[in-house]
Design a protein around this ligand. Structure first.
Ligand code: RP5
Length: 163
């Protein structure tokens, strides 16, 4: 059987981004959406970035989740080389608590969009939920999975603050 390319690619600038980006992977596991996770650094491995981004659509990916911290150029540079939607996750940096990452990812020039999420874990989770919602537009089974996930989340919220 030919291996099918995962619809979602999760890319990140460094292995040090994984503790944040694994929250995106966990959501996709819950939703049973296939993904590939790869370390691609805009600065340390520019050729790897070029090869990935220029080939991502042809390879069969549908949405790219890109996480990076500090001078976080990975999502924007990926977006400049692919027609696929790119969701950027600002990873919390040590020096500036992720404000540098957030601004680097959000402040794209008009014409090259990156859908920018919150800094850190919430951003990674929401990037995965948004990526799944994009795929669910043309996938009824996934739309149901996503609705079920949201219902479970709603049910899990306590009424009593003391637990
Ligand atoms: C960025 O630099 C990465 O996305 C990471 O968040 C940050 C620090 O990388 P390391 O020095 O931990 O490899 O490119």
């Amino acid at each position: 059987m030919t291996a099918k390319t995962a619809p979602i690619a999760i890319i990140m600038g460094s292995t040090s981004d994984w503790p944040t980006m694994e929250h995106a992977a966990n959501i996709l596991d819950d939703l049973q959406v296939a993904y590939e996770a790869k370390v691609i650094s805009a600065h340390r491995t520019p050729d790897r970035l070029y090869d990935f981004a220029t080939g991502a659509a042809k390879a069969g990916h549908k949405v790219i989740i890109a996480g990076a911290g500090g001078a976080a150029h990975l999502p924007g540079m990926a977006a400049s080389m692919t027609p696929l939607p790119v969701l950027g996750v600002p990873v919390e940096s040590k020096a500036l608590s992720g404000m540098d990452s957030l601004l680097s990812i959000a402040q794209m020039p008009g014409g090259v969009p990156v859908g920018t999420l919150a800094i850190g874990k919430s951003g990674a989770k929401n990037a995965a939920l948004l990526a799944a919602a994009i795929l669910a537009l043309s996938d009824e089974a996934l739309a149901k999975q996503l609705n079920d996930w949201r219902s479970k989340q709603t049910e899990s919220v306590a009424h009593d603050p003391k637990g």
